[in-house]
Design a protein around this ligand. Structure first.
Ligand SMILES: [Zn+2]
Length: 676
């Protein structure tokens, strides 16, 4: 089903900041005319408009907002209305200093920038409640209002006394006794024992950084406190505008919040995607593959609904280290890819560049020249035409044969662990590499949390699943016993949910029996160092970097590949174990793409998953509804390619296709296959 009942269309729009142009009615008038020309049907309004709504405490002005929403709606353009709480006005910080956030060094922020308010502050929450009620009074009944957009790119932590006290209360509720906390955090280490909850501080930069359990619980608390804050906004909106769905814009692979939990406050998910297109050290195909992983990660937060791309840039950003233009055709290709991965809308930050402020040079549909015939404007128009042609796919969902497990607690536990590579554990790189190899086989993969129902999938991949939470190992055991196929990599099952190591050998929690292997030692390689994996049956060789686990296969476990160098040369690097009716593959080292492909192809064969023979650089995705399948083939290269496709109508070209077609550079097709 579509996420917006009022507007069952492919959303095409962007962030619009008329509050920066209220003294230029000529520009506001031109904006709507040009939006129509560009094919837009939605705008996100009021993201940072608190000072325009409430210039002084208790003095509200929404007249301008209502007028603009009226004019947009008259032209068929819907409004996605933000709650403007991502940045607070000066008067609030001056009068109520407790709303200013305290950083991890213990120093309170000065007013400035954004996302700098305390999440706990009762004053802040009260002022937000007053503002939202007035905003709803003014426009909550507007026919053009299709969704609420909570704040903006939520994130950050606050270490103020109010948040510290809340953290201690949260810990008391979780552990009940200080002894339980001491055990979970292993505080006998370095004599860091606590006598009472009152002694506990957050992990200040110059404070307690040695207890991994504390650091992980602080991150969990921060997500909980953010959800509690978000709930303080959504409760008002749900009560007063129950028919308007609620979302907030998530960010790619964002470290600060557990999105699997945060999504519970939302009706559907959306996110902001800013890939490094055009990086000289990375092909467009690789960047597209990483972006597809990010799409899957976000859609996996709410897998039963399409998502929305809230922000992307029509050309460049202003915050990458080097801000490169998108090459011609890349914007359209990436928008089609977004829909192929499950989105029902693609929007931009931003509609028009502001004259000042730190985002004055961030890409926009309309540049400072104010023209509607620029290269970028024309690219956006062409992209919106493609998106409009894809309207029939709205409401359908990607259908995945494979699942990859991603868990925020695991990520944090790995990041904080003293060991392996200290600065960069390369979890994301490992996930993206494996995801890309599945994609090259034409296999759609969901990226889901440990709570997911695995029985929906023929193959489950566990990249660097260092932490196994209660019940998960048993779930894997039952999945494989009943015929499921699992591929796991190095670092599987080292710690429990409190970051305490499993005893008796890794992978712990009963997984050694499933995989038929023990990882007895872990060798971390320096940059530039490597090893080789040699396949026992085929003599195929793959290069290895980062990590080599020394594996001890159990009796009956097949050694698929062995190390080619060092003192563990000839010992197992990749294993395969039949367990119950299923198969469990274990990759003990960070293999190159060909090595990962060899393991995954063997596992996919066991899983009887249909593979596609895709030309190099062509990405495949499929969305399904009750009545149709939509097969997307996306050429991520600068060369034309011929590709074998299903026969049917191509929604993008409008032509009927019979089995094969040529895709121009950065072009795509979306074949509609009717299902009886
Ligand atoms: Zn605080």
């Amino acid at each position: 089903m579509n996420f917006i009942t009022k507007a069952p269309v492919m959303l095409r729009g962007g962030d619009y900041n008329p509050d920066q142009w209220l003294d230029r009615p000529d520009i506001l008038e031109a904006d709507i005319r040009m939006m129509k020309k560009a094919g837009m049907n939605s705008v996100t309004l009021g993201v940072f408009a608190w000072a325009a709504y409430e210039p002084r405490e208790g003095e509200y002005n929404f007249t301008w907002l209502r007028e603009i929403m009226d004019r947009l709606y008259d032209q068929g353009i819907y409004t996605e209305l933000a709650t403007p709480t991502g940045a607070k006005p000066n008067w609030l910080a001056r009068k109520y200093p407790e709303v200013l956030r305290v950083q991890s060094n213990g120093v309170r922020d000065h007013q400035g920038m954004r996302h700098n308010h305390c999440l706990t502050s009762p004053i802040y929450r009260q002022k937000v409640e007053e503002l939202l009620n007035h905003l709803i009074d003014a426009v909550g009944d507007h026919p053009g209002l299709i969704l609420w957009h909570i704040s903006n790119e939520l994130g950050g932590e606050c270490y103020c006394p109010l948040c510290q006290e809340r953290f201690r209360s949260w810990l008391k509720e979780k552990y009940h006794t200080i002894d339980a906390l001491n055990h979970a955090w292993w505080t006998s280490f370095w004599s860091h024992h606590y006598d009472s909850f009152d002694e506990v501080e957050p992990p200040f930069d110059n404070g307690e950084q040695s207890l991994n359990g504390l650091k992980l619980d602080w991150r969990r608390f921060t997500t909980w406190n953010m959800m509690d804050y978000v709930h303080s906004e959504t409760a008002i909106l749900r009560k007063r505008t129950p028919n308007v769905p609620i979302t907030t814009n998530l960010m790619e692979y964002f470290p600060g919040l557990d999105y699997h939990k945060l999504q519970r406050e939302l009706d559907f998910v959306c996110w902001d995607s800013y890939p490094h297109w055009g990086r000289p050290d990375r092909s467009t195909t690789v960047t597209a593959g990483m972006t597809a992983f990010d799409h899957a990660l976000i859609r996996g937060c709410k897998p039963d609904k399409p998502f929305l791309l809230m922000e992307s840039t029509p050309s460049l950003v202003n915050w990458h280290e080097y801000n490169k233009l998108k090459r011609p055709g890349v914007n359209r290709m990436s928008a089609i890819q977004t829909v192929a991965c499950g989105a029902d809308g693609v929007q931009y930050f931003q509609w028009r560049k502001g004259r000042g402020g730190s985002e004055q040079f961030h890409g926009a549909v309309v540049d400072h020249d104010g023209r509607d015939d620029t290269r970028v404007f024309n690219e956006v128009t062409a992209t919106n035409e493609a998106l409009a042609a894809l309207t029939p796919v709205c409401g359908s969902l990607p259908k995945a044969d494979a699942a990859m497990i991603f868990d925020w607690d695991n990520r944090w536990a790995l990041d904080d662990a003293w060991g392996m590579q200290i600065k960069q554990k390369n979890l994301r790189e490992t996930c993206c590499q494996l995801y890309a190899q599945l994609n090259h086989c034409g296999v759609e993969t969901d990226v889901v949390g440990v709570d997911a129902d695995l029985n929906r999938y023929k193959l489950v991949v566990l990249p660097m699943l260092f932490m196994t939470k209660p019940g998960f190992a048993q779930k894997i055991r039952e999945y494989v016993e009943n015929g499921g196929i699992v591929v796991a990599t190095y670092l599987l099952g080292y710690v429990d949910e409190s970051t305490l190591c499993w005893l008796g050998g890794f992978p712990g929690d009963g997984l050694r029996e499933v995989f038929g292997v023990t990882a007895s030692e872990l060798d971390t390689l320096y940059p530039g160092e490597g090893n080789r994996a040699i396949w026992v049956k085929s003599s195929q060789q793959s290069s290895i970097k980062d990590y080599c686990e020394l594996l001890q296969p159990a009796e009956g476990t097949e050694v698929v590949a062995v190390y080619g160098q060092d003192f563990y040369s000839g010992h197992a690097a990749v294993t395969h174990h039949v367990f119950g009716k299923g198969h469990a593959y274990y990759i003990g080292a960070r293999l190159d793409d060909a090595g990962n492909a060899a393991v995954l192809r063997a596992a996919l064969a066991d899983a009887k998953v249909h593979l596609r023979d895709l030309p190099q650089g062509v990405e495949y995705h499929c969305r399904e509804s009750e009545n149709a399948r939509y097969h997307f083939y996306i050429n991520t290269t600068q060369s034309a390619v011929k590709v074998q496709v299903e026969s049917g109508a191509d929604l993008l070209s409008g032509k009927n296709v019979l089995g094969s077609m040529e895709l121009k550079p950065y072009d795509a097709c979306a074949i509609e296959e009717k299902v009886k």
